[in-house]
Ligand binder design. Sequence first.
Ligand code: SF4
Length: 206
Amino acid sequence: MLKMMIAFFKDFFKYRPQIKKQKAWMKKYIAKKGYALNPNWMMSTNLSIWLTEMEDTFGKRYCPCFEPSGNAELDKKMLCPCKFIDDEIEEYGTCHCALFGAGDLDQAGWKASNARLQAEYRVPLNLQNGVLDTRGMPLDKRRNLPVPDAMHQLKSALNNYSADELTMIVEREQEAINLGKIAAYRGFGYESEAGEDSYTVDLKLR
Ligand code: SF4
């Protein structure tokens, strides 16, 4: 927990101007739509940081909860605020990432959606002997993309990983390509190899 707090405040100071910019468009957006921004400051700030990282890594403001799919039509729909927001607010009270919610959502509603999101992402990883097999995660019913995806599994793994190298197994070529972009952004070494039904990515973390 302490490690996560330190990482959060490090990012908060690093991305302060970008967070301000993200929150400025969000405020305009919610005023226009009659929605609300997640009242948990840490949550909305973290999501602003992740949106900034998505822009820096992939070139566009993609949803912070899903890496780009490689399908141009779907990826366009996943630019934040995404095309799924109205439907998801109708179902959960908030969008998938719990960044935006219904204007009249109460504290209990926000809490329930934050808990739903955390339950989706805090799953046991298949990480053994330096190999993270990211396959087999459940699919989001609207985007047909895994939750958590390879990008988020990497983020979770790095929270508690101290070795210099990590091997990842991913199902789709696009996931291997995305890991290459993440590696370039974070300064990791990267090698990828296609197998029969998966891709193996070797990351040099240090
Ligand atoms: S789910 Fe929420 S945070 Fe993600 S793109 Fe849609 S509106 Fe943005």
